[in-house]
Design a protein around this ligand. Structure first.
Ligand code: ATP
Ligand code: MG
Length: 347
């Protein structure tokens, strides 16, 4: 649906040239929810603005629904943009207009017939569950309600794509969940392809099919969310995951030299990650028996990522070094991801 090929974007500022997006290629397929994550300043917003040419790339191709927008005429570009709805962190509603008029605006600008406008706006007000508030003004709504209005406005032209730039970053966790559910419903029921930009990893885990990780203008890793998050290849992805989740806890405990992370020489602190196809309980008692090692669990969690469970255990393995090595090999053969976080000192 959207293909970027070697897209590059630089800004000239008084302090010099900023390379916001460097040689990015990616393929967002029809019907997907595609996440783009990375720390602040990584280039996420610039990249998404390149998708609808709000920023014109210096170089590369932006192919939307088979058409290279870099070669489109102004009128072709206008048409293509109308097929890409966009929502933002701060909603960007017009404060002097009612909710109804905010949603109707794109159709009025196109001089659509009044009955069509009314039919469309009422249908969308029903979708976002704000029919009774149609004559209110944005300042009278909560953040979550404002974002729902912004979503309705973005859908009024029946777009093929919805671009969401930090759409939930200004909302509390409960409201974030509601907005994510609405976005997922729109994707499912209307077949609209969604691009979600966020620095919050749980947003990606909640709704995305695929993810691209950005660092300093480049996409450093991309693919289905479970392999990317359970087996990150890049240092940057590992940092991001560690910062964005509470996995850092163990590292903090190690730094503090907390008793539970003080290891004897025959011990190793190990993190295991597994998906729904592994039953870690049975595996752990099996390797413990097979290799005569003792496994004590320090922490564990199961999260639901895009409807499939992903588990994580931090355990201390106690036993002979060779036996622990064999046990780890066995776990890996069973598709459990294993990371040795710390080894006991051998004096
Ligand atoms: N219009 C602009 N003029 C000059 N520099 C810009 C402009 N827009 C973005 N930049 C620079 O490009 C880089 C990438 O910015 P961008 O806003 O795309 O990052 P981001 O990943 O969206 O960050 P955040 O998570 O904070 O929103 C930054 O160094 C930023 O300062
Ligand atoms: Mg941004």
């Amino acid at each position: 649906m959207i293909q970027l090929e070697h897209v590059t974007k630089t800004f000239k500022t008084k302090d010099g040239i900023v390379h916001a997006v460097k040689d990015v290629s990616l393929n967002i397929k029809k019907g997907q929810i595609y996440g783009i994550i990375g720390f602040s300043g990584a280039g996420k917003s610039t990249l998404v603005r390149c998708m609808n040419l709000l920023e014109r790339p210096d170089d590369g191709k932006v192919i939307f629904d088979g058409e290279n927008l870099m070669e489109a005429s102004p009128s072709e570009l206008r048409k293509a943009r109308a097929k890409m709805g966009m929502i933002f962190q701060h909603f960007n509603l017009l404060p002097a207009m009612t909710i109804y008029d905010n949603i109707a605006l794109p159709l009025r600008l196109e001089k659509a017939p009044k009955e069509e406008i009314d039919r469309k706006v009422m249908e969308l007000l029903t979708l976002i569950d704000l029919v009774e508030r149609k004559d209110s003004y944005p300042s009278q709504l909560s953040g979550g309600q404002k974002q729902r209005v912004a979503i309705a406005r973005a859908l009024v032209n029946d777009p093929k794509v919805l671009l969401c730039d930090e759409a939930t970053s200004a909302l509390d966790p409960q409201t974030t969940q509601n907005i994510l559910k609405l976005i997922a419903k729109i994707n499912r029921e209307r077949g609209i392809t969604v691009v979600v930009i966020t620095h919050e990893m749980f947003v990606v885990k909640e709704i995305c099919d695929e993810v691209a990780v950005m660092d300093s203008g480049r996409v450093v890793e991309q693919g289905d969310i479970v392999p990317v998050f359970t087996n990150p290849v890049q240092e940057m992805t590992r940092n991001f995951i560690a910062t964005a989740s509470n996995e850092n806890k163990v590292n903090e405990l190690i730094k503090m030299n907390h008793p539970i992370t003080q290891l004897k020489e025959n011990q190793q602190l190990v993190r295991l990650r597994y998906d729904s196809t592994n039953t870690e309980d049975a595996m752990i008692s099996r390797i413990s028996r097979l290799y005569s090692i003792d496994c004590s669990i320090i922490s564990g969690s199961v999260e639901i990522w895009k409807e499939s469970p992903v588990g994580q255990l931090v355990t201390v393995f106690t036993g002979e070094e060779e036996q622990i090595r064999l046990a780890i090999d066995e776990l890996k053969r069973n598709n459990i991801k294993v990371e040795v976080i710390k080894r006991g000192h051998i004096e």
